[in-house]
Design a protein around this ligand. Structure first.
Ligand SMILES: *Cc1c(COP(=O)(O)O)cnc(C)c1O
Length: 448
């Protein structure tokens, strides 16, 4: 068994105990002035970053396996994005697209039409956050169909605004005490092959959920069914083959719009431009954000032109949506995805992660599954000899990983999943160093 201390520090550089003294001092100010409602996953304060490493205020360098929650896919402070942002902000800081439009907004919409699934005319609206994109997708679906019910998936995460809280099925921390919630939202089971009764039979899982929709709501009342093609916060759950396809076919048969929330899974993260591409599903509307802006805030709803055009002028949009600086960043990020073939990088990352971590399923009775698509991979932990979620073990692993120089995130409705979302530009040596450290910690903590 290899130990953490045996893994040479190359990409990492640890100069102080973690967290270091400057991070500790900032944590004290954080606790004094920042709302306790803003989560703080790791008490390390970032000073700068480059590609797939982050340097903290004490000079310690970490390997980034979070990418700011799948945002900096093209790398942190990517020179191409930095240059585009600097140029854009100096030339045209803001006008508001509805007041005085500019070309870069249109260029982003052209790129969205080009890369999203489906070979038909598409149009987009640009917004600021993921939640805002989801809200707008619901507005557009209701307007187009003249129906109001929205079907969501259990374990889904769609955001923290009032409507998207209603669409998110995890109470704590996202909803606890924040009701009343928006009405006419109906959750049905998502396929969870490791844990549900249908296992790898995605068609049967979909049929059960469809039966529930028909009983609870009736298809005539449903405006849209919205699903993450690979659930993010819910635990990086890859649905069984046939699940999404069956749902989307049912939707199309009944005039229900199929909406894919690709805010976390989009833009090369899974080894395809969009995770829907893996499942042969063509959404009517698709929501994107996170990696779209290469680190700058921007989101979008993209969909069939006739659906996007059903809204009255002025009905969607906003002051900052698709501002010129974020559009410039998005164009630079998308251009990097194209020229560096980040889909291929993502698939390569998947093979390195699987080679390193899959053996743990056999070696340890705490690792139930290593799963994911492309560079969106996760490890689900259980209590030895059972399927009971093991959140305490995950907490210990994350804390040890931080002390050893890794930035990692958790997810899962039971908080028992570690998710790996490295920047897609991470090089093999950096990723292997991170995986060696993580594997040693998982082993040590599982056996202790
Ligand atoms: C992050 C996320 C959101 C919410 O995005 P925000 O920018 O935080 O509002 C919505 N859906 C999915 C799938 C996400 O991962």
């Amino acid at each position: 068994m290899s130990r953490v201390s045996d893994v040479p520090q190359k990409a990492r550089e640890l100069l102080t105990p973690i967290p270091g003294p400057k991070s500790q001092a900032l944590t004290a100010r954080h606790h004094q002035f920042v709302s306790a409602g803003v989560g703080a996953h790791m008490p390390i304060f970032a000073e700068s970053a480059s590609g797939s490493t982050i340097t903290d205020v004490d000079g310690n360098r970490f390997i980034d396996l979070a990418a700011g929650i799948a945002v900096t896919g093209v790398g942190n402070a990517a020179p191409e994005v930095v240059k585009a942002v600097q140029g854009a902000v100096a030339k045209l800081t803001h006008t508001n697209f509805a007041t005085t439009p500019y070309e870069s907004y249109i260029e982003v919409c052209e790129k969205l039409a080009e890369h999203t699934p489906g070979d038909f005319p598409k149009k987009s609206v640009l917004l600021n956050s993921g939640a805002e994109a989801v809200e707008n997708a619901v507005k557009i679906a209701r307007k187009y169909t003249g129906r109001s019910a929205v079907i969501v998936m259990e374990n889904a995460f769609h955001g923290r605004t009032n409507l998207t809280m209603a669409m998110t099925t995890k109470s704590s921390p996202y909803k606890q005490g924040f009701g009343a919630f928006a009405p006419d939202i109906y959750p049905v089971p998502y396929s969870y092959p490791l844990r549900d009764a249908f296992g790898t039979d995605g068609v049967a899982a979909a049929k059960a959920s469809i039966e529930k929709i028909e009983l609870l709501v009736g298809h005539d009342n449903v405006a849209a069914i919205i699903a993450e093609p690979l659930q993010g916060e819910g635990g990086f759950i890859v649905p069984a083959e046939g699940f999404l396809k069956t749902l989307s076919e049912w939707a199309h048969e009944h005039g229900v719009l199929y909406v894919s929330d690709e805010i976390q899974s989009g833009f090369c993260r899974t080894g395809e431009w969009f995770a829907s591409d893996h499942f042969g599903v063509i959404p009517d509307l698709i929501t994107t954000a996170k990696a779209l802006g290469g680190g700058m805030p921007i989101s979008a709803v993209t969909g069939r032109a006739e659906i996007m055009d059903s809204v009255q002028p002025g009905g969607i949009g906003g002051t900052y949506g698709g501002n010129p600086v974020s559009c410039a960043a998005a164009l630079a990020a998308i251009s990097m995805m194209e020229s560096k073939d980040l889909n291929a990088r993502s698939r390569h990352i998947s093979s390195l992660v699987e080679t390193s971590l899959k053996p743990l399923i056999e070696e340890l009775d705490t690792v139930a599954e290593v799963r994911g698509l492309g560079a969106m991979q996760a490890i689900e932990f259980v209590k030895p000899g059972s399927m009971e979620p093991n959140k305490p073990l995950v907490s210990r692993i994350v804390s040890k990983a931080m002390q050893a120089g890794l930035i990692i995130l958790t997810c899962g409705i039971y908080g028992n999943v570690i998710r790996l979302l490295p920047p897609l530009v991470i090089d093999d040596d950096e990723l292997n160093e991170a995986l060696d450290v993580l594997k040693a910690i998982i082993t040590e903590e599982s056996l202790s």
